[in-house]
Design a protein around this ligand. Sequence first.
Ligand code: KG4
Ligand code: ZN
Length: 334
Amino acid sequence: GNESLLLAIETSCDETSVAVVRDGKHILSNVISSQIETHRKFGGVVPEIASRKHVETITVMMEEALEQAGVAPSELSAVAVTQGPGLVGALLVGGVAAKTYAMALDIPLIGTHHIAGHIYANALVHDIVYPCVALVVSGGHTELVVLEREGSFRIVGRTRDDAVGEAYDKVARALNFPYPGGPHIDRLAIEAEEVIELPRAWLEPDSYDFSLSGLKSAVLAAINQSRMKDETLNTAALARGFQESVIDVLVGKSMRAIKEFGASQLLLCGGVAANRGLRAALAASCEAAGVPLLVPPFALCTDNGAMIGAAAHLKWKSGEFTSLEMKADPLLSL
Ligand code: KG4
Ligand code: ZN
């Protein structure tokens, strides 16, 4: 049916999150425990540590989500969990927790795709109109996805090397900002008065793919050169050059996809959706094209259980349940 009360678990990377979501739309609770502080001293996510942290927190988070929602386990319709993609050890922890609840409560398990979650975070706050195009940009993902109708996903473009957030974090690290550095580069870029122009990676004219590694290398080379020559580098101008190059390509390809696929909306999602420059540029282009831009509030852009509940609801509606033999799949396709 169309009614569901889902317990939804997300442990694909460095956030342990559990939510209770009604009908794929209403968030009754969405508890999130971030491991950022733990990973910061290593300058990035350490997979082994991530798994161990998930093990430590998952049970408490499950109980906390139910308590905050005021929902008894017996009221749940199903348990949803991110099956992939992500860090295999991290995914495994959420998977075992979900299976245990599903088995003990004798309710269905719904293995869910992480990117479907990011996209359907929008359904928690907006009405999605099809066909639409989704731009997914996070620390692990850079994808341009066409949705002809509800729950149909066609990836038309993806990164060939670094994810956008990953490139931001690496550039930030080279400029000595703490992890995750994306927000620092964003701020520097916006405040910059000058710009160091950097190339745009458009790739083949008809391609919707992205490439960030060349740009990243250009930035790192500029930093190294200034150090070797002992010159002061205009880091703000460099950050702005980097950000403008990234944004130009993301916006350019998104707008071309909207046109080609006749999209009635553009959905922006993933942690990099917080980027002020990207939001402003997309908003302006969408306005000019007469296509609404949908962005979830920041807390729903980064990894969270509620988005998994929103995506899992589609599978609930069509009775697409997952066997308890489910395997965590680090490379799960959409
Ligand atoms: O979606 P998310 O929380 O985790 C993943 O699934 O990866 O995204 C985190 C990423 C990090 O790389 C972080 O630096 C980036 O999003 N990020 C930003 C901004 N805020 C977060 N990147 C650019 N500008 C920002 N304002
Ligand atoms: Zn994510």
